[in-house]
Design a protein around this ligand. Structure first.
Ligand SMILES: NC(=O)c1ccc[n+]([C@@H]2O[C@H](COP(=O)([O-])OP(=O)(O)OC[C@H]3O[C@@H](n4cnc5c(N)ncnc54)[C@H](OP(=O)(O)O)[C@@H]3O)[C@@H](O)[C@H]2O)c1
Length: 265
């Protein structure tokens, strides 16, 4: 029995490389996407030898329109595709005010626009087939906007909102979607951003393998949102209850009484 094919972006290192390994062990064939083709080829050789699965490495700079187009075409046309893992992403090099606008724009392009295009394409393709699943790597910073670079926080809040909203639309079509919210996870992300991971308290850093194993356990339970380090899941449930309890008051004909003084005479 084949599980079909999983396409993983950002599979050359870190969280994406662990997903590749775990999904290969689960019997998925793989399409692995990143810029570094040497690392993708090495990963593909190792995982196909160890697991007897088929792996197609695709060298693509997802920020490049033509490269992204090739990957979108693969998502649309690969009949065996049953899972998309959106893992490619970059972190910020520091606070917003000290960052170049161009580098922030590039981060938002990869973390938001690329993920959006791939998610929309996979959602439509899978919904038409009545099966499939999407895993989007967000971040806990989506829940702590005051503490990190605003552009990065907003990019991950986009992933969370997109996933939550799309889950409702996809469910009747038999398509599963999950947002994973990792905390600090030991990967190359910090080196790439020029940040010394040793300044972060070690008790706050999870190993990438532990993070992905927890996220896949959440996926198996069909969680829409998975926060790997959150012990007491009632805290999340309470937050969701508080959020949804706002619903009856968010769109009404009249402004709230406390704004009545602002009306011009
Ligand atoms: N590490 C953490 O603490 C942490 C916490 C929360 C969320 N996350 C999220 O987890 C995801 C994976 O990051 P990671 O921590 O595993 O970091 P990583 O080891 O740096 O992995 C990033 C991956 O994205 C790929 N990538 C970067 N730019 C790309 C581009 N333009 N086109 C195609 N692929 C590109 C990289 O491959 P190439 O360089 O070969 O292209 C690499 O495979 C990201 O979305 C990140 O925001 C990480």
């Amino acid at each position: 029995m084949t599980k079909g094919t999983a396409l993983i972006t950002g599979a050359s290192s870190g969280i994406g490389a662990v997903y590749a390994e775990r999904l290969a062990q689960r019997g998925f064939d793989l399409v692995v996407v990143a810029r570094d083709i040497d690392r993708l080829n090495a990963l593909s050789r190792r995982l196909s030898n160890d697991n007897g699965i088929a792996i197609t490495p695709i060298s693509a700079d997802l920020a490049n329109t033509a490269d992204l187009g090739r990957v979108l075409a693969k998502v649309e046309n690969e009949e065996s595709l049953t899972l998309l893992v959106n893992c490619a992403g970059v972190g910020p090099k520091g606070p917003l005010l000290g960052s170049g606008t161009e580098s922030l724009d590039q981060m938002v392009q990869l973390n938001v626009e690329v993920l959006h295009s791939l998610t929309v394409t996979a959602a439509k393709t899978f919904a038409a087939r009545g099966r499939g699943a999407i895993i989007n790597i967000a971040s806990v910073v989506a829940l702590m906007p005051e503490r990190f670079n605003p552009s990065y926080v907003a990019s991950k809040a986009f992933v969370l909102a997109m996933t939550q909203a799309l889950s409702a639309e996809l469910e009747p079509h038999g398509v599963q979607i999950q947002a994973v919210l990792p905390g600090f996870t030991r990967t190359e992300l910090f080196d790439r951003a020029g940040i010394d991971i040793n300044v972060i308290p070690p008790e706050m850093i999870m190993e990438a393998a532990d993070m992905v194993d927890a996220a896949l356990a959440g996926f198996d339970r069909r969680e829409v949102i998975t926060i790997p380090s959150l012990e007491d899941v009632r805290l999340w449930d309470e937050m969701e209850r508080a959020r949804t309890s706002l619903a009856p008051y968010l769109s009404l004909r009249h402004a709230a009484a406390r704004y009545a003084d602002g009306r011009s005479a």
